[in-house]
Design a protein around this ligand. Structure first.
Ligand SMILES: C[S@@+](CC[C@H](N)C(=O)[O-])C[C@H]1O[C@@H](n2cnc3c(N)ncnc32)[C@H](O)[C@@H]1O
Length: 246
């Protein structure tokens, strides 16, 4: 289904603390350098509470953040973790950054760019506690299949950058893509067998992992979910020093 262009974020918001351009990032990129390494102040119901972020808080990366519901919700719920989104569409990356800036999230950032390039060329081994991929574009036409983000290449680098014991989360409404992605993840030899993830009853209108999950469930359609654990097997690929095209 074609997507409407995203809303523009409130122009009075300063996005510079939350929006990063992939093309401007160094290779290799230590993702911890993107987050403050000090305690953060979180305002909760007008009482100021100090939430201490460990010096190297674990980082979870979301691929294709769309409207940013996961980043906004997860970063508010887990002040002890850092959340890094990567979104290829500039409009959606700005929308996410606006959401994070509005809620003054100190532990979330969004990178505008291609997740496969980020994983393959910038991120060092074992630097992430987890990778989340929710409702990746299915690219239905056979000639467009190679654009699917859950490719062999991406999954082998996802395995390289996730720390042993860390997690890969895959949710989609496309059964065929789900099974294909699990088979590709299995063939990297870097993950445990996939575990099912149970559906939770939503307690309010935005109590979903992402906007696409909300849309799919409200339409009564099924969602396939898997949780894979990174094993202790050494990575099967190395970070590639390849320049960004164009
Ligand atoms: C179908 S939407 C799902 C958005 C969100 N995850 C959700 O569930 O609501 C897929 C998103 O992935 C983004 N995307 C597609 N390919 C990507 C890539 N290679 N790197 C980063 N983002 C990508 C698209 O721009 C789009 O915002």
């Amino acid at each position: 289904m074609p997507r409407r262009p995203p809303r523009k974020p409130d122009p009075s918001l300063d996005l510079s603390g939350h929006l990063l351009e992939l093309a401007a990032l160094p290779a290799p990129l230590d993702p911890h350098s993107l987050f403050p390494q000090v305690a953060c102040i979180e305002k909760v119901a007008s009482i100021e509470k100090v939430a201490c972020i460990e010096k190297v808080a674990p980082i979870e990366m979301e691929v294709g953040s769309g409207k940013g519901l996961f980043l906004a919700t997860a970063s508010a719920a887990r002040p002890d973790r850092n959340f890094l989104g990567v979104e290829i569409s500039g409009g959606y990356a700005r929308l996410c950054a606006g959401k994070l800036a509005a809620q003054r999230a100190v532990n979330a950032r969004i990178i505008h760019g291609d997740a496969t390039y980020l994983a393959r060329c910038l991120l060092p081994d074992a630097c992430l506690a987890g990778v989340h991929v929710y409702f990746p574009d299915p690219w239905w036409k056979a000639r467009h299949r190679k654009r699917r983000v859950l490719s062999d290449l991406f999954l082998s680098h996802a395995g390289r950058v996730i720390v042993p014991g860390g997690h890969l989360h895959i949710w989609t409404d496309v059964e065929e893509y789900f099974h294909e992605a699990l088979a590709a993840a299995r063939s990297t030899g870097l993950f445990s067998e996939a575990r099912d993830v149970e559906t939770r009853t939503a307690e309010h209108d935005l109590d979903y992992q992402t906007h696409f999950e909300r849309r799919t469930r409200l339409a009564g359609a099924p969602v396939w979910r898997a949780l894979l654990e990174r094993s202790a097997t050494p990575p099967t690929c190395v970070r590639m020093a390849v320049s960004l095209p164009g």
